[in-house]
Design a binder for this molecule. Structure first.
Ligand SMILES: [Zn+2]
Length: 462
């Protein structure tokens, strides 16, 4: 057993957090597909939040985008520029033994997809670029708030006139500046002409040398994240228009609209839809959270830059560079006896699946189920808490999932000797495995003596 686990751990280390690739929209005959990349460096949240929103909050109604929002996902979660050095200097040459080899290969494959004719790479750069020296933060060596191209033209069938397209992008962004000092500029690095050693190794040069249009957009690191995202999205929307791509989005493209889109509550589903964590200003820790010993430790989040990660004695949920909360596991054998339960909410009988949140105005009650006990976390009335009318003032608020003290867990357990029949559920899609996990043997031994965990719902008091 010990040997088996150590092999498992090894395999997981090799395939650490991989970046996501998602499509939005449908490609048309005229090939208007744009590839958008974010998170090339882990410490550039403007780029990876902007790219993430293009998947979570945009609906492409004509044409298609392919988005990889979190290229250096490990570095994003670890909050550093690049775990194994700068990913954006590895496109000309990479050693097969480089830990980023697999990642670079995946990115190149996306770029070389015949369907893709334009590539947009989103970065956060220092200060504000100015053609003439103005100050320490505003001068020709700064990268912030620029549209960057490697050369004036590219030998491609579409979007060959890089300079004029980027110029137009700059003009468009400058019509929507929040402050005059944020003004965008075009920066042509003339990568090949000037034999720019760094830029020759970068992603955009790889794109143009493969006869496709590449634009990099840099938002200034001097700006708060939501303003960086605002400028990134202004740029991206202009390029999409250029590619004849149409879309709708769920928020207004204003600093406030972007801020609210980034800060909206996260939803993380665990273990094939057994548990929902609704993270709206979450508590710092979620204790005694049921974790399975007999099924995959996996999760699905409401965006692509969220990950559940193993730490030494806990798990953490990270949203981009930000820690959301820590999970302290309590291991159980999981049961598939039920996938839905009844709840009486404010006098009304409803049926709900697990991993759902129910809104409660005054009170709720769980009708008892044979062979099952109910545990309302933060309500202390005994072993089984079914058939009891529960209102908010009876709850111990320190057990709430959130700092507003409104959201509580209701957990269902199969009694040890009930021997309820397992149901077969539909296969769940898009769940990602939590990496590098090995369950302590002691926890497994303990779990085998306990009741089985069936599922959880959340109640939110209004
Ligand atoms: Zn960058």
């Amino acid at each position: 057993m010990r040997l088996f686990l150590s092999i498992l751990v090894f395999v997981n280390v090799v395939f650490a957090l991989e970046f996501s690739v998602k499509e939005n929209g449908k490609s048309l005959d005229d090939n208007n597909t744009v590839l958008i990349l974010g998170g090339m460096q882990g410490d550039e949240p403007g780029g990876f939040h902007a790219a993430s929103l293009l998947l979570s909050d945009y609906n492409i109604t004509k044409g298609k985008i392919i988005v990889a929002p979190n290229l250096a996902f490990e570095s994003i979660i670890a909050r550093n520029r690049g775990n194994f050095g700068d990913l954006n200097r590895k496109f000309a040459y990479i050693d097969e033994n480089d830990p980023d080899f697999h990642t670079i290969e995946r990115i190149k494959k996306l770029i070389l997809d015949p369907e893709v004719n334009m590539v947009i790479n989103l970065h956060d750069g220092s200060g504000f670029y100015r053609p003439q020296y103005e100050s320490k933060d505003k001068n020709p060596n700064r990268w912030g708030n620029t549209s960057i191209i490697d050369q004036s033209e590219v030998n491609s069938t579409k979007y060959a006139d890089l300079e004029n397209i980027a110029k137009e992008a700059v003009e468009n962004i400058n019509k929507a500046l929040i402050k005059e000092e944020h003004q965008y500029h075009l920066k042509n690095t003339k990568t090949q002409e000037s034999n720019d050693k760094d830029m020759l190794k970068a992603l955009t040069y790889f794109v143009v040398s493969n006869h496709k249009a590449a634009f990099a957009n840099e938002a200034s690191k001097n700006l708060p994240t939501h303003l960086r995202v605002y400028y990134h999205l202004l740029a991206v929307e202009y390029y999409l228009k250029k590619a004849n791509i149409e879309f709708q989005r769920t928020f207004d493209l204003t600093p406030n609209g972007v801020y609210n889109a980034i800060e909206k509550p996260l939803e993380v589903k665990l273990f094939n839809d057994k548990i929902l964590l609704y993270l709206d200003k979450p508590a710092n820790a979620i204790n005694f959270l049921p974790f399975p010993i007999n099924q995959a430790l996996n999760y699905k989040a409401s965006n692509e830059i969220t990950a559940v990660v193993l730490n030494s004695n806990s798990f953490s949920i990270n949203y981009g560079n930000r820690l959301q909360t820590r999970l302290y596991p309590d291991y159980f054998e999981f049961s598939n006896a039920l996938d839905s339960v009844e709840v009486i909410v404010d006098g009304k009988n409803i049926k709900t699946n697990f991993a759902q949140k129910i809104m409660v105005k005054n009170n709720f009650k769980i009708p008892s189920i044979a062979g099952v006990r109910v545990n309302v976390i933060g309500f202390d009335r005994g072993v089984d808490e079914s058939d009891i009318l529960i209102s908010k003032n009876q709850m111990q608020s320190r057990y709430s999932l959130d700092k507003k003290r409104k959201i509580y867990r209701v957990e269902f357990y199969e009694l040890k000797n009930a021997n309820l029949a397992d149901q077969v559920f539909e296969k769940k899609n898009n769940f990602k495995e939590i990496k590098k996990v090995s369950i302590p043997a002691k926890a497994i031994e303990k779990a085998e003596k306990k009741d089985k965990f069936i599922g959880m719902i959340l109640v939110e008091f209004q």
